[in-house]
Design a binder for this molecule. Structure first.
Ligand code: FAM
Length: 435
């Protein structure tokens, strides 16, 4: 499967010169001013990272190498005309910058199937954790334990030249991505199906195999997981999971360390844990109202009550987006197409109507619209993946595609260690002209 690696190098190596030219010839050019407000609100909008895989527009949402989600759903190869595109195709697009043909995608599926072997000690690490430990704790521990296999780390210690770092990073990244469905499914079956594990089927595609190993071996769940893996894969470079993976990787930590660190960020409730929180929050509402078919008025009242308790409404708001998230819309369209009438999905749709004006009325929420997490849990639940404490693991499996494709490029460009400056609060007071 050297073909994909060679193709990547052929295309991406041209950018090394562009990077060097910008650094050497235009290093002094000013591209932005930074305000105290930006520093005080999480550096939003400060251009400071290089990420080629995708770019987020506040109003139109994510584009992967220039393609919107509806364009991807139309153009990326799929297994059958009625299905969803394979995430393997999106990985190819993010890495190489071109829409793949069907053979390219099937080649990646095969490549990952041959790399999917998970060493026994990874299962031992998972099994050593109590069942009370969260699935994301088990997932990140499992990823970390695979660092024993890092080819990059071995090559670094052997003194390989820095211009070759990308090569062993690529190998680690492909191995890591290939193993994730097996690890995720193992955690799922361990926690929720009495440790009855299901062996991988190497003939299946990456997401299809995940559904199979989780025990949801239907075409419907495979189709849903293919969509899920595509829409969650990347959201430019500044979000917590992508930025953390890049930051840790910038110290030349091996890809297992870098991605495990990114996953610990994804596990936070303001980021990827929000997909679980949405379902937790809806179920708390149902329980409190003692009604699984709440009226619009009940939902409005519960939303306002949550806000009055100083809590956030999960699945709403975004640090960059200022419109409904197209990842939300893609899932909503999927639900419209395949699901006729479902109580949980009806609640999610009602929330979509009532929450934005309530958040807008607070006068402080910059984006009152739903994000990706507002829909994902209800779809999984509908199709029988009801164990919501597991949902962030699925988000994590998908997020590997974008953040690890970027890590290969970081190493190809030879990006340096990241090291912004920090100052005491007093310094900012002085800059503001205060004493
Ligand atoms: N419910 C209630 N208050 C909210 C809110 C929400 N959904 N979204 C923002 N706010 C508040 C926010 O807490 C802040 O309040 P204070 O000034 O009192 O601290 C104020 O509105 C201004 O925040 P912002 O500038 O609009 O948002 P941020 O850029 O600081 O934060 C989010 C962005 C996503 C962390 C925030 O909207 C939020 O907490 N949303 C709910 C959690 C969630 O759904 N996260 C998932 C995000 C996602 F797409 C992902 O990463 N998967």
């Amino acid at each position: 499967m050297e073909y994909i690696k060679n193709k990547f190098y052929q295309k991406a190596s041209k950018c090394i010169n562009e990077y060097q030219k910008l650094k050497n010839e235009h290093g002094d050019k000013v591209i932005a001013n930074v305000t105290i407000g930006q520093v005080m609100t999480g550096m939003k909008g400060v251009p400071s990272l290089i990420t080629d895989t995708s770019k987020l527009d506040p109003n139109t949402g994510i584009r992967f190498r220039g393609y919107t989600i509806p364009e991807l759903r139309e153009k990326l190869p799929r297994l059958n005309p009625e299905g969803e595109p394979l995430p393997e195709g999106l990985f190819y697009l993010m890495l190489i910058g071109e829409i793949p043909d069907r053979d390219d995608v099937l080649n990646i599926s095969k490549d990952w199937a041959t790399r999917a072997y998970v060493p026994q000690h990874v299962f031992d690490v998972i099994d050593s954790l109590p069942l009370t430990s969260r699935p994301m704790t088990q997932f990140s521990a499992a990823i970390l334990s695979m660092a024993t296999d890092s080819i990059f780390q071995k090559a670094y210690r052997a003194g390989v030249h820095k211009k070759h770092y990308w090569d062993t990073t690529y190998e680690d990244v492909m191995n890591l991505i290939a193993r994730l469905p097996r690890i995720a499914a193992y955690i799922y079956r361990r926690n929720f199906h009495n440790n009855h594990h299901i062996e991988p089927d190497p003939r299946l595609d990456w997401a299809g195999n995940l559904a199979h190993m989780m025990g949801h071996d239907t075409e419907e769940v495979k189709r849903l997981l293919r969509l899920y893996m595509v829409v969650h894969a990347d959201h430019e470079g500044g979000n917590v999971s992508a930025h953390t993976t890049h930051l840790v990787g910038s110290a030349l930590s091996n890809p297992y360390y870098a991605y495990a660190a990114g996953m610990l960020g994804l596990a936070g409730p303001l980021h990827g844990y929000a997909n679980q929180e949405v379902i937790n929050w809806i179920f708390d509402m149902i329980q409190e109202l003692d009604n699984d078919n709440p009226s619009e008025e009940d939902i409005v009242a519960y939303t306002k009550k949550t806000l009055s308790e100083g809590r956030v409404i999960p699945g709403y708001g975004h640090a960059v987006l200022r419109q409904t998230d197209p990842r939300f819309t893609a899932q909503q369209e999927f639900a419209k197409k395949y699901i006729k009438d479902d109580k949980l999905i009806n609640i999610v749709n009602t929330l979509h109507r009532v929450v934005p004006p309530i958040l807008e009325a607070t006068g402080k929420v910059k984006n009152p619209w739903p994000n990706v997490d507002a829909y994902s849990g209800s779809l999984l639940y509908y199709y029988g993946v009801k164990e919501h404490s597991f949902y962030t693991v699925l988000f994590g499996v998908s997020r590997a595609l974008g953040v690890l494709a970027s890590l290969v490029m970081d190493r190809l460009y030879g990006l340096p260690i990241e090291r912004p400056s920090s100052f005491p609060l007093k310094w900012y007071h002085e800059k503001a002209g205060e004493k």
